[in-house]
Ligand binder design. Sequence first.
Ligand code: HEC
Length: 196
Amino acid sequence: MPSGELQKLIDERRAAFDPKKASAPRGEKVFTLNCQPCHQIDGGGNVVGPQLDGVGGRGLERLLEDVLDPNRNVDPAFHTTMVSLKDGDVQSGLFRREEGEAIVLANSAGKEVSIPKKDIVERRASTTSLMPENFGEIISPADFDDLMAFLLAHGPNRRQSRAGVSPAQVCEAGRVEPLALTRSLDRRDARPTLWA
Ligand code: HEC
């Protein structure tokens, strides 16, 4: 979808969001189904993408942008890797690690795939996100509002108590180094401070 249309969708969803109608408990189910393959919140889920504890502190506007237009602000640590294979196939995913004579990518379903290096003819980084950009279409508007309510319920207070760092300290520290972030992704207890 062209970015102008995405912005229009973001504006529409923001205007239509009614906190009295949206339900965080229902939103949790939407999260489990659509987001958990790649994200962890409150300890559940995968860590292919950033951990989302405390993400509600960003507010509705920024959350709408993050979810509906994931390619807008992609941290370099999350740039997708594209590999062309000898048989003409092209695979893309988030680089996870080297494993002997293979590289391991996480694909758009959040699943790890191992690709033998000998099959690769070209490997390059793309600036796009692994996160699908069609959630505005595949999640109904009502479910989407519930999802927003669920994320908004995970504000910075929770984060503060879990990580022992206040939101202000996080802001001061700014974004973590991409390298540190990549490393921390492999540790389930790590909490990358991406939402400064
Ligand atoms: C296939 C994996 C995948 C799925 C599924 C996915 N995401 Fe993401 N998400 C990512 C990656 C990778 C990033 C980091 C790059 C970027 O900002 O787009 C990300 C970034 C984000 C961010 C910004 C985080 C930050 O620290 O900047 C939010 C918020 C987010 N996702 C929420 C969601 C929600 C909500 C869903 C479900 C509707 C979802 N994601 C589904 C992979 C995924």
